[in-house]
Design a protein around this ligand. Sequence first.
Ligand code: NAP
Length: 283
Amino acid sequence: MQATLGGKTVLITGSSRGIGAELARQAAAAGASVLLVARDDTALAQVSRQIRDAGGHAHPYVCDLSDFAALDALVAQILAEHGGVDVLIHNAARSIRRPIARSLDRFHDFERTMQLNYFAPVRLSLGLLPSLRERAGCIGLVLSMGVLIPGPYFAAYLASKAALDVFGDSLAAEFHHEGVHVCSVYLPLVRTEMMAPTKDYANRNDVLSVEQAATLTLRGVVERRRRVITRRGAHLGAWNRIGPMLTTRMLSFLYATFPPSDTPSQHPKIHALFTKYVGGSPL
Ligand SMILES: NC(=O)c1ccc[n+]([C@@H]2O[C@H](COP(=O)([O-])OP(=O)(O)OC[C@H]3O[C@@H](n4cnc5c(N)ncnc54)[C@H](OP(=O)(O)O)[C@@H]3O)[C@@H](O)[C@H]2O)c1
């Protein structure tokens, strides 16, 4: 990582906590000058201080990426202060776990997730693309394993991640020959504040740590891999492509087994088995 990231300017969105903060710490430890972006100035200052105390270079930028005027001002400031970036990692996102049947009066959920998870990374990419082309840079997309096998509960979130995934594919196809690389990372569940509100996940035994998720992501970027997919993600994704109707039946069965918490399970024995061996809801 040091050979690739040493002396490079690496921008990481959503780096005030969770996976983004750890990405920033690991990139800085590898010698990168890290630009940290998020809304919480206190948390950003704290992560930046940790990086500097460890001998690294950190530059915090407070920005609400959902606000396009603020995002454009951020791009202008970064170009003025750093001339551009070598690596851009789109990590900031919001997740919503809510069934569509309970979203009938919540169109704003779909708008807000698209605004932050899709339109903001697209706009930031467009603003920084000239410098990424000059530097034969790399764009990292922090996506979700759910994009490979989209299921119930996460329609708004997964649709926004899928849109970003496809944008990344087009970017890669148009700029690969110029040396600009796109690395799409399909993470499974990671123990952060994002998954904390879902009590069904509290005891899941297949959850990555923040450190594991950040290392997986950064290694993919450094090694210029096109996609980073865990073995389970690859199996589930292949299953979804080969047998889409069977996949839908399975997911629908699991949704009936693990309905919203105020609704009784239609398959209590399967529910108990999953709870015993997986530690909670697989959805
Ligand atoms: N945790 C999981 O299970 C999991 C699984 C698969 C993929 N992922 C993906 O991994 C990435 C990081 O997730 P995480 O679990 O680390 O989430 P997290 O702990 O909730 O952190 C989200 C980060 O995004 C920032 N952010 C949120 N809204 C923002 C806005 N409007 N403008 C700028 N920054 C904003 C937050 O900082 P501020 O609040 O300070 O703005 C924070 O730094 C996301 O893309 C997520 O979809 C997570």
